[in-house]
Design a binder for this molecule. Structure first.
Ligand code: PSU
Ligand code: MN
Length: 304
């Protein structure tokens, strides 16, 4: 195990025995949801992964190490830190490790931690992508570059319409990242199941996904695969109402001069206010669903 990693004994054992493990990110806990729902969700995600036959490994930086798997005390520390935890992407990781303290890993940084630990499947809510207006702001999430280079399967519910979804898919194509739809031909739009944009390939079960992962990596094609898993129908929000909410949230961020890495957390909080908490309920439902699907993929990959 890499000296900067600190896995729990359970995860170290599971990885040594090639049992299925699913990585979970921590920025969604610290910056993506308010306390205490964030702590409840973090625990619920771990339970979903276990119920589906895999071992959960929530990843975060604490006191100079990348923790792989958090016990309940560490989960609580992260959840109560909220925005006081640093939001860590690839560029922030070395600084956070050298200077100590608590840092929450984004999709990009969680992929790096998972890869170093030998974990191939990771569940999150939504990935970062190309922001609306990127043609002038240049705001493109480092998550996309990470997907291009780091060999982990990322299970998400698509990307939120705070982003420019067509441009996000264009960048994923350019960077050679396969985009798979789980039971769908359409790239899901986070709160809603449909975006009108096609995925590269539809998979109807975890074995089909595992076959593609294995083929990619056996070919020596380093880099991630995006598995897009739509929000369950019962939890879906009305697409037009959400579009209006997003427009309002973007205007709010603009009026407050929010930029850079603060934009995504700011938009998420604004959406929650505007929808009276319905965006949060949907977010929790879809991320639990992703944890379940990721556990199935990890099991299929381990079984081969
Ligand atoms: N999208 C969401 N919820 C989130 C995030 C994105 O719907 O919590 C978080 C993830 O951690 C993601 C990060 O990796 O925001 C992307 O931030 P940025 O756009 O600054 O790269
Ligand atoms: Mn950005």
């Amino acid at each position: 195990m890499h000296p900067i990693l600190l896995p729990t004994p359970e995860i170290a054992d599971a990885l040594a025995a090639s049992r299925p493990v699913v990585a979970l990110e921590s920025t969604v806990i610290s910056h993506g949801m308010p306390y205490p729902q964030n702590l409840e969700t973090a625990r619920a995600l771990e339970a979903e992964v276990r119920a589906a036959g895999a071992i959960p490994a929530t990843i975060a930086v604490m006191d100079g190490r990348i923790r792989v798997g958090l016990d309940d005390m560490a989960l609580e520390r992260l959840a109560t830190a909220g925005h006081k935890a640093r939001k860590l992407s690839r560029r922030d990781l070395p600084i956070a490790i050298a200077t100590g303290g608590i840092g929450a890993t984004t999709v990009a940084a969680t992929m790096i931690g998972a890869r170093l630990a030998g974990i191939s499947v990771f569940a999150t809510g939504g990935i970062g992508g190309v922001h609306r207006g990127a043609e002038t702001s240049f705001d493109i999430s480092a998550d996309l570059d990470e997907l291009a280079r780091t060999s982990v399967c990322v299970v998400c519910a698509g990307a939120k319409s705070i982003l420019d979804l067509p441009k996000t898919l264009e960048v994923l194509e350019t960077r050679g990242v396969p985009v798979l739809g789980f039971g769908t031909e359409e790239f899901p739009a986070f709160y809603s199941r449909r975006s009108g944009l096609p995925v590269d390939h539809r998979c109807d079960n975890a074995i089909e996904v595992a076959d593609i992962l294995r083929a990619k990596w056996q070919l020596g094609l380093e880099g991630g695969v995006l598995l897009a898993n739509p929000i369950p129908p019962a939890d879906e929000l009305d697409a037009d109402a959400m579009e209006a909410a997003v427009t309002q949230a973007l205007a709010d961020a603009e009026a407050n001069g929010i930029k850079g890495k603060d934009i995504t957390p700011h938009l998420l909080a604004a959406l929650e206010r505007i929808t009276g908490g319905r965006s949060l309920t949907a977010n929790i439902a879809l991320i639990r669903n992703n944890a379940r699907v990721a556990a199935g993929v990890a099991a299929a990959l381990a079984a081969a």
